[in-house]
Design a protein around this ligand. Structure first.
Ligand code: ADP
Length: 464
């Protein structure tokens, strides 16, 4: 096992990784930008290094600064977390060139799955269904319009290098296609320095179901059941649960087999997620593979009794997956994750950075909080708005929901607006309670959510 690992990230995931390192007896080095010098990860880590000014391009995305810090502090490996350089093939290669273990898959696997277009071709070749789409990239409006006529509107323009819902545009009719095409390319160029886009048929009312996979260097590959991430805003996840209320053991087995086929095809190693859309008929389609740990990994940990960050570290160090004797895993109980963002959910989820005046966190059975914030902390405007994750576990979905209500009533954050009241309203909404949620949940439940919000506003947390 490694003796020292550098954490190339910030926020809650940096804290999460430092904790795993501490439990494994590995020394941690955290890098930070000027804006983050007083953060929790920096306080908890054994060592820390300032790598540059606040803009991510000059700090968390600076490959020379990160590699230089790892070498000067004597780290043997680098954990990239999620976002920033986690799926950057140049970074993975730079680590290898400097004799550092990149905690993730090989550069070749990142490359094959990182380009969504190539990933789709790979999946088609091995017989996994994909959403009907253009044959490769689309470079002109005319070509885009031709594809849309062929498969029928609505269609979705997607960035090949896409992530976080960026560079994506739904097109309802021919009048919209030109503007959407230009907008998607511009956004993709700005976000990923790559303006390549392709088209897909836009599926109506699907669920977002993803399969967590793990593969070690000894040839063991397994899946850890699914997560249902259908509650989204503008294609970005807000609430995730495991298992999915829509997935039977038989469907889980088929989706798990499709995910593992992808793992084998690209000789994947480490933790990864294969994302699918599930339609109303129960047919599923490959969407993309994320070659990193994901924000929502704790719900899987809760229902499988595993620690995915430790597994990543073990695999990167050449050790086998630690729980092979328990495979195949079946879900134990039910878990829900609530993303607590510094955003105003009742004002278009507008970012709401600022100083946290008081903070009361929930506890008790089945409650987990992953966060880097504390009372007095100022949420900077420069990065992602995720400030905490609340994960609840229950023996049944009903118990998890009841626990979620209880924990969301206990939590109180004063000073900034957050998504907490949004989650609280969802937990009382009848379609959510029935497990009947699709990716159009927000637009189709706006009235209920807003009505719930005005009454929730009167009691901002039992303790608040
Ligand atoms: P990103 O990598 O930017 O997160 P994804 O490919 O993972 O983008 O898609 C994000 C979300 O967009 C999905 O969860 C789903 O809600 C929606 N989506 C993507 N592709 C389609 C499609 N072909 N039809 C309908 N919805 C889609």
């Amino acid at each position: 096992m490694f003796s020292k690992v550098l954490v190339a990230n910030r926020g809650e995931v940096a804290v999460r990784i430092v904790r795993a390192l501490r439990e494994l007896g590995i020394k941690s080095v955290v890098v930070y930008s000027d804006a983050d010098k007083d953060t929790l990860a920096v306080r908890l880590a054994d060592e820390s290094v300032c790598i540059g000014p606040t803009p991510a391009a000059q700090s968390y995305l600076s490959i020379p600064a990160i590699i230089g810090s790892a070498k000067s502090r004597g780290a043997e490996a680098v954990h990239p977390g999620y976002g920033f350089l986690a799926e950057n093939v140049t970074f993975a290669r730079a680590c290898a060139e400097h004799d550092l273990v990149f905690i993730g898959p090989t550069p070749e696997a990142i490359e094959m799955m990182g380009d969504k277009n190539i990933a789709r071709e790979t999946m088609k070749r091995i017989g996994v269904p994909t959403v009907p789409g253009s044959d490769g990239p689309v470079t002109t409006v005319a070509e885009a319009a031709r594809f849309a006529e062929e498969v029928g509107y609505p269609v979705l323009i997607k960035a090949s290098a896409g992530g976080g819902g960026k560079g994506m545009r739904v097109v309802e009719n021919p009048e919209q296609i030109e503007a959407a095409f230009v907008a998607a390319r511009t956004e993709a160029a700005a976000a990923f320095a790559n303006d390549e886009v392709y088209l897909e048929k836009y599926l109506l009312r699907p669920r977002h179901i993803e399969i967590q996979v793990l593969a070690d260097t000894q040839g063991n590959a397994l899946h850890l059941c699914e997560r249902d991430c259908s509650i989204q805003r503008r294609h970005q996840k807000l609430l995730e649960e495991a298992p999915s209320p829509a997935v039977s053991p038989e469907l889980r087995e088929r989706m798990g087999a499709a995910a593992l086929a992808a793992v084998r095809e690209v000789s994947y190693r480490g933790a990864g997620t294969v994302e699918f859309l599930l339609d109303e008929r129960g047919d599923f389609y490959f969407m993309e593979m994320n070659t990193r740990i994901q924000v929502e990994h704790p719900v899987t940990e809760a229902i499988t009794g595993t620690d995915l960050i430790k597994e990543q570290l073990r695999i990167a160090a050449g050790e086998p997956i630690s729980f092979l004797e328990r495979v195949p895993l079946t879900p134990q109980g039910h878990a829900i994750e609530f993303r607590i963002n510094a955003e105003d959910p009742f004002n278009s989820f507008w970012p709401n950075p600022g100083t946290i005046k008081t903070l009361t966190l929930p506890g008790g059975p089945g409650v987990r909080i992953d966060t880097h914030v504390f009372a007095g902390y100022t949420v900077p405007p420069s990065y992602d708005s995720l400030i905490a994750k609340l994960i609840v576990w229950g023996a049944t979905r009903e118990e998890a929901i009841a626990r979620g209500r209880r924990a969301l009533d206990e939590i109180a954050i004063e000073g900034i607006k957050t998504t907490i009241p949004f989650h609280r309203v969802v937990l009382d909404e009848k379609d959510f309670i029935a497990g009947d949620v699709r990716t159009d949940y927000l637009p189709t439940h706006e009235d209920v959510l807003l009505a719930g919000a005005s009454s929730a506003g009167a009691t901002p947390g039992a303790l608040g």
